[in-house]
Design a protein around this ligand. Structure first.
Ligand code: NAD
Length: 495
């Protein structure tokens, strides 16, 4: 059944002022129209920002442990609703159910974790240089936040931003990806049910130019947090810089797995499969480059190809999120072939094989697991983020060369090495320039209690997740307080 998805402004579910809508479809079967969604514009944004501003004084002055109690209630509701939400992630975004449930679990973990931070929003008390003087720092809320999120983790990523912003005492205007508005709405419903006061969290659906950009430019929005593509991130960063607005972004990745000659090849193969083809490669941490030692190259490639060929579409790999993204991935496969890389698996779509309109995949945006060998470091498929089930394999003769190639891209999100030699892994830990490093594990699978984000063009500003030293550094600002009681002491003549 097609439902109607509205904006949530000042505690009420409302249509876009223009009454316009757009549709959200199931990528596994485009005929399944999940929802008609409020297609908002700057007018809706203005109302949402005014609502967030009005709610700020009372929300920010509510003691943080009390804010935490609301978040604990939200976490409990999420636990009860995990299955329903996970199924919606699968239906709307396309990832397989096991991963859809994982998406919700991340939000559960984040919500419990940050609820506890309500009792730990610590600053510092330090000795002063002078007698009869106190010196301390406290964390205070920033104000109204604009939060803009992508589609690939349609519940987890909104939770990474909304939950820390709330515990810190900020109010929010939230714009989710236009591909996954229903998932975002379900998450906001949970917070409403948990008792969040009116106006604290406002949800405005719509597109980047008509909703995202007005949020970024709005003079009453104090700060922005963004996850998405580098192109959009860079535009937003430019606008925020010109308005001197606080900003953080987490963007693309081109994550490598180095497989050394002493690696456990079965383990490495499983890690490469999960990293390369999990979520059909639509993860910012996807392992899209395998950098393999020449001594085990042939053995590894044979094993990896055999295992990847056994992955089943619809069971192990979901569809690509949208027709536009599907075309982009197919374009990259064509680019790889043109550049001279050798396609040894996939590269095609079951719908096309079946003459376009037959078979169970015919109405979905499915792409077979795809492997390129003979890839060189300068090829575009080895340097640019594809965001699909496409893995490039490069051959190297030693660790130094492997790390050089691994580092020689503009991104630095996650990176992995498979080796039994502690010296290899120590050098990798030291020399690999990435935000998240894995030893004998794949490039994906971060935990919310540690900062999540990347170096180079992957990240700008404080990280998502983690607590103090992570997300809370973006969602709070420091206030330093000195109290000098010498003058009063003299007057009071205490001795
Ligand atoms: P996208 O940049 O196209 O869209 C992200 C969000 O920005 C959407 O809500 C979109 O509507 C909005 N937007 C678009 N144009 C805008 C504008 N001009 N002003 C304001 N907002 C605008 O990205 P996507 O396709 O949704 O997501 C995929 C990208 O996200 C990939 O590059 C992936 O690597 C990245 N990603 C990064 C991380 C990370 O933590 N590093 C995590 C997940 C996804």
């Amino acid at each position: 059944m097609t439902e109607k998805i509205k904006n949530f402004i000042n505690g009420k579910w409302v249509d876009a002022i223009s009454k316009k809508t757009f549709t959200s479809c199931n990528p596994a079967d485009q005929r399944d129209v999940i929802a008609h969604v409020a297609d908002s514009n700057v007018r809706d944004v203005n109302v949402a920002v005014a609502s967030a501003r009005k709610a700020f004084p009372s929300w920010s002055s509510l003691p943080a442990p009390k804010r935490g109690e609301i978040l604990y209630r939200a976490a409990e509701i999420l636990v009860k609703r995990k299955e329903v939400l996970g199924k919606m992630v699968t239906r709307e975004m396309g990832k397989i159910l096991k991963e859809g449930l994982g998406d919700v679990q991340e939000a559960i973990d984040m919500t419990y974790y940050m609820a506890g931070e309500g009792r730990r929003l610590c600053g510092e008390t330090v000795p002063s240089e002078l007698p009869n003087k106190d010196a301390k720092s406290v964390r205070v809320p920033v104000g109204v936040f604009g939060l803009i999120t992508p589609w690939n983790f349609p519940i987890a990523i909104p939770s990474w931003k909304i939950i820390p912003a709330l515990i810190a005492g900020n109010t929010i205007v939230f714009k989710p990806a236009e591909e996954t508005p229903v998932c975002a709405t379900r998450f906001v419903e949970v917070l409403e049910e948990a008792g969040l006061p009116h106006g604290v969290l406002n949800l405005v659906h719509g597109f980047g130019e008509t909703v995202g950009d007005p949020i970024v430019r709005h003079l009453d929005v104090d700060a922005i947090a963004f996850t998405g593509s580098n192109e959009v991130g860079s535009q937003i960063a430019t606008t925020c810089a010109s308005l001197q607005k606080h900003f953080m972004m987490e963007t693309g990745g081109k994550n490598p797995i180095i497989i050394m000659d002493d690696a456990d090849l079965d383990l490495a193969c499983e890690g490469a499969l999960w990293g390369g083809f999990g979520t059909s490669g639509q993860r910012c941490t996807a392992a899209s480059r395998l950098i393999v030692h020449q001594k085990i190259y042939d053995r590894f490639v044979k094993k990896f190809k055999e295992r990847a060929a056994r992955l089943v579409l619809g069971t192990d790999l979901g569809p690509i999120v949208s027709p536009a993204q599907y075309d982009k991935v197919l374009d990259y496969i064509a680019i790889g072939e043109k550049e001279g890389a050798r396609l040894i698996l996939g590269g095609t779509t079951p719908a096309r094989e079946n003459g376009n309109k037959r078979g169970k995949y015919a109405y979905g945006t499915f792409i077979e697991p795809t492997i390129f060998v003979d890839v060189t470091p300068t090829m575009r498929i080895a340097r640019e983020e594809i965001f699909g089930p496409v893995v490039s394999i490069l051959k190297v003769s030693n660790l130094k060369e492997a790390i050089k190639i691994a580092n020689d891209v503009s991104f630095g999100l996650s990176a992995a090495i498979y080796s039994k030699d502690v010296n290899n892994t120590a050098v990798f830990e030291r020399d690999m320039d990435a935000g998240i490093i894995y030893i004998n594990a794949s490039t994906i699978g971060a935990e919310i209690q540690l900062p999540f984000g990347g170096t180079k063009k992957t990240g700008l500003g404080p990280r998502d997740a983690g607590g103090r030293g992570g997300a809370l550094d973006h969602y709070t600002k420091w206030k330093v307080i000195y109290r000098d009681f010498s003058g009063h002491l003299q007057k009071a003549q205490i001795d």
